[in-house]
Design a protein around this ligand. Structure first.
Ligand code: NZQ
Ligand code: ZN
Length: 381
């Protein structure tokens, strides 16, 4: 077992109606909030109304920044930070999915700093302060609601970067599974793939931590048992709750504790597809994870085999990979880029290799070289 520190200060509120409590906690952080959300789903699923009501009843003044896009771009975070600074807000309230909460994390650093949020992501400047962040999650996927990471993209530089700092932990996150009932089938599937991929990144990390491996397998079993059931019954609150809980647990520290790290190479590859073709995050992972496992099949056969045995009861690394492909396919998430209607052929393959080079895509444990990039690009197209 590796040495570790486990630190997670997020106060998580889970269950039907929890968002009504937002106004109880917000006054602890000041009087004026910058409310961040995406392209409008929050106005249809009831979360926006509940947030406005709860904050208003608590006497909190609200300034809004709407329009954060999936695979969020740094320009939005910078514009929202400028608005928050000029309005003198005391806190950020983020309502939406990973894209909104991640952007809010950068905005919370950007307001006191006064420079572009991109400088944090690239490591050019270190954060010294952040505004308090309260999150209301509307889609089960990333785990951003209970971690200190944020992923942001620069289309100009063709880079998508994940960065983390303890100042980026939300103070509170409110998770009402009933808000996720309106998530369409494709994004429901991508969210399940994402939580599976987070568990797998942990599994392929280095170091021996059997308890952590068992946590990982338990989360994967929840996804395998209840994910397909949810696709069949999207309005089932009980299933939405199970998947929402699993997604949060898959990236809040539980799946990496006692290991040297997770690998995160597959995420790095997935981000390249988002930069090039704006493919939703979870969809990039159902394409990249099987391809990556095929690349690693001869290098770490025992680890892939054991994963398959534990989760699907398969035998041999080939069967394990096949089981994951079938699972992702059943959910309705793509296995090839061409299925998304975006890249195809030799030109796309070359573009992808180039962007993987720019982003230095690779894992902490399993590094990738140019030959690997070519194998992966061919496999994924
Ligand atoms: O923009 P709106 O209208 O809100 O629509 C969103 C968006 O189109 C929609 N949606 C969200 N809740 C909904 C809903 N539609 C109907 N009903 C609801 N209740 O879903 C679409 C996707 O939203 P998005 O926030 O992009 O999804 P997700 O939560 O998967 O976030 C993806 C982003 O998070 C990053 C990804 O790279 C990607 O940029 N990640 C963040 C991580 C972290 N902070 O720890 C880790 C992850 O590995 C991931 O990289
Ligand atoms: Zn992810």
């Amino acid at each position: 077992m590796e040495k570790f520190i486990l630190y997670n200060p997020v106060k998580l509120h889970f269950g039907k109606g929890v968002t009504q409590k937002l106004g109880k906690y917000a006054p602890d952080y000041g009087k004026k909030a910058l409310l961040i959300y995406g392209k409008g789903s929050v106005k249809k699923n009831g979360s926006y109304d509940q947030v406005i009501r709860s904050l208003s009843e608590a006497g909190i003044e609200i300034v809004e920044y709407a329009g954060i896009k999936p695979n969020p771009v740094v320009e939005d975070a910078d514009r929202a930070a400028d608005l928050g600074r000029s309005e003198g807000v005391d806190m950020i309230v983020a309502v939406g999915g990973g894209s909104v909460i991640d952007s809010a994390k950068y905005i919370s650093l950007g307001i006191p700093a006064g420079h572009s949020c991109w400088d944090f992501a690239t490591g050019k400047r270190k954060p010294a302060a952040s505004l308090p962040l309260l999150g209301v999650l509307t889609i089960a996927a990333t785990g951003s609601e209970m971690n200190m990471f944020g992923v942001i993209q620069s289309d100009k530089e063709k880079r998508k970067i994940g960065y983390g700092h303890p100042l980026m932990f939300p103070k509170h996150s409110f998770l009402d599974p009933s808000f996720t009932i309106s998530v369409p089938a494709d994004h429901t599937a991508y969210g399940i793939v994402d939580l599976v991929a987070h568990s797998l990144e942990g599994w392929f990390g280095d170091g021996e931590a059997s308890l952590t491996d068992r946590f990982i397998v338990s989360i994967l079993k929840e996804a395998v048992e209840y994910g397909p059931a949810l696709i069949r019954k999207p309005a089932d609150y009980r299933l939405r709750a199970k998947i929402m809980f699993a997604a949060t647990m898959a990236l809040n520290g539980l799946t990496s504790t006692g290991k040297k790290s997770g690998d995160w190479g597959v995420h790095a590859i997935g981000h390249c597809m988002s930069v090039l073709w704006d493919i939703p995050h979870g969809a990039t992972l159902s394409i990249a994870f099987p391809a990556w496992m095929k690349l690693q099949k001869e290098r770490i056969p025992e680890r892939i085999d054991r994963l398959g045995r534990e989760v699907f009861g398969t035998s041999g690394p080939g069967k394990a990979i096949e089981a994951f492909e079938n699972f992702f396919s059943f959910l309705g998430s793509p296995l090839k880029i061409s299925e998304t209607g975006k890249g195809s052929g030799n030109t796309s393959q070359k573009e992808l290799v180039e962007v993987m080079k720019i982003n230095k895509a690779g894992g902490y444990v399993h590094e990738l070289n140019e030959e690997d990039y070519s194998f992966l690009a061919k496999e994924m197209i």
